[in-house]
Structure formats: C-alpha cells, structure tokens
Design a protein around this ligand. Structure first.
Ligand code: MLT
Length: 262
C-alpha cells in the first residue's frame, strides 16, 4: 500500500488484525527488517509496517528529520484507517523517529518499545561524522553508498551470524538511494536529546537490546531503562539487528509486553 506524506510517496504493509502495533525500522534498512518477526504476532495484532522515506520502496526527500519521519508515520496510520492509539515499536533510527512521534503526536501513543535504540542525541563528533558521510554520499553516489552498506553490515549483527544473512542485508542496503542515506544521516545528526521526554512520557515503555549490540550496547540500554522506569529485555546472542537475528525471541518479548498492557 502507499500514501503521500508532505509530497513524499511512502510505502507500507498491514498484516493481521487486533490491537494496532506500528513497526518502524532503522537506518539504512527497510520494513523487511520485520519479515521473519511478523508471523509470530500477526494472528493477534494489527501490524503496520512502513518503509521510512528514502528507504525500501518509499521515495526519498531532500530531508528526513525525525519530526518529518514522525509525521510520515501519522500519514501511514491515516492511510491504514487506524485511529486507535498504537503501540510504537522503533528499532534504532526507528526509535528516534518513534520518540519524535511521542513528542508531536502523544495522543496517538498507547505504549512504546525501543529496540536496539537510544533516547540520547549524538555527540558533536558523531554528528559531524554523519554530516561528512552525508556530503560524501551525495558527491560520490552509489560507490559511497556501497561503502556505507559494507560498514553497516559489519556492525549490524552479532559476530556469529550466518554470513548469508549479513550479505543479503549488505546488498539490500547498497540499493538505498544516496539522497535517502544522506537525508537520514543529517536527520539523525540533528535529532534532540529525548531522555527527558522518555522519562515523562507516562505510557508503558519496553527497552529491548541484543546482547551483542555494538551500535547501541547493553550498558546504554540498561541506563536508559533504569532512568525512565522502563522494562528491559536483553536478547541473547543477538546484535544490533535483533529482530532479524532472533525474530522469535524478540516477538516473544514484545508479545508479553503487549499482553501486559491489558
Ligand atoms: C540504525 O540502525 O538505525 C542506526 O545504526 C542508528 C544510528 O546510527 O544511530
């Protein structure tokens, strides 16, 4: 299915039926992140799965600030005719977008799950590096995107992952448009610190992290969960892309959280 949000064509899928759950992927991934995860939950929940702008089958815009991503998500909910408050599940950059969604559209949020993500902003150094990479990707095009995909593929998974899974994702990421990559990098670099927002959100929060996540490690997830009163679940043997590496385990943790919402 498709919708148009602020002039950008956004692709999304809807699976199953029941209470609504919005699954938001990370950078530079796509809704396919959830492919193996969906079968574990679709019998009981309505899973709405967008490709964020500039990723997967969605069009890229020149910018992809977290607020813009949040507003795209509202457009997706409207196109899916979903007016009920949703459980927002954001993986990594999807978590940054989910936090922006909470800031801008709080009345639409029933609960929040941050998967391999964090509430803090980038350090100055990290933000500068993202902006440099964005400029390089726009200058050099697909060759630079291939480098980004290779670097990300090296960091996304736990060391013991099946190499064919790593290769498949490297190839997929290498197909992302330079405009989409650059916009997402600048959007992440510009995002604010959402730690206070998370603490004061007033909805149930679940923090899920892969035991071997090297991009958003367990220690940070533990601190974030403690500071915000969130429930913490550590997924054994998984890296940053826990929903790909351990779909059954991540789905079980999410199911238990969802069922606990009453
Ligand atoms: C992601 O997986 O979305 C990114 O690694 C997030 C980040 O770079 O901060």
């Amino acid at each position: 299915m498709e919708t148009v949000s602020n002039g950008i064509r956004i692709r999304f899928e809807v699976h199953g039926g029941g209470a609504p759950v919005l699954l938001v992927h990370g950078y530079p991934l796509s809704g396919a992140l959830w492919d193996e995860f969906i079968p574990h939950l679709e019998s009981d929940f309505r899973l709405i799965v967008p490709d964020l702008r500039g990723h997967g089958g969605s069009e890229a815009g020149d910018s992809a600030g977290m607020d813009e991503l949040a507003d795209d998500l509202v457009a997706v909910l409207e196109a899916a005719d979903e007016g009920r408050p949703v459980v927002l599940v954001g993986m990594s950059m999807g978590g940054y977008a989910a936090l922006a969604f909470c800031r801008r559209h709080r009345q639409r949020v029933r609960a929040l799950a941050l998967v391999d993500s964090k509430a803090g902003a980038d350090t100055q150094e990290a933000a500068d590096k993202r902006r440099e990479t964005a400029a390089r990707v726009l200058r050099e095009g697909s060759a630079a995107v291939a480098d980004v995909a290779k670097e990300m593929a090296g960091k996304l998974f736990a060391p013991g992952v099946d190499p064919s899974l790593r290769d498949a994702w490297r190839e997929r990421m290498a197909g992302t448009s330079p405009t989409g990559i650059a916009a997402a990098l600048r959007g992440m670099a510009d995002r604010p610190d959402s730690s206070d927002l998370l603490r004061e959100l007033g909805v149930p929060v679940l923090v899920v992290v892969g035991e071997e996540d090297e991009i958003t490690p367990v220690e940070g997830a533990r601190e974030m969960a403690a500071a915000s009163g969130a429930r913490l679940e550590i997924v054994e043997g998984a890296g940053h892309a826990a929903p790909v590496e351990r779909p059954r385990e991540v789905a079980a943790v999410l199911r238990s959280f969802l069922e606990g919402l009453g």
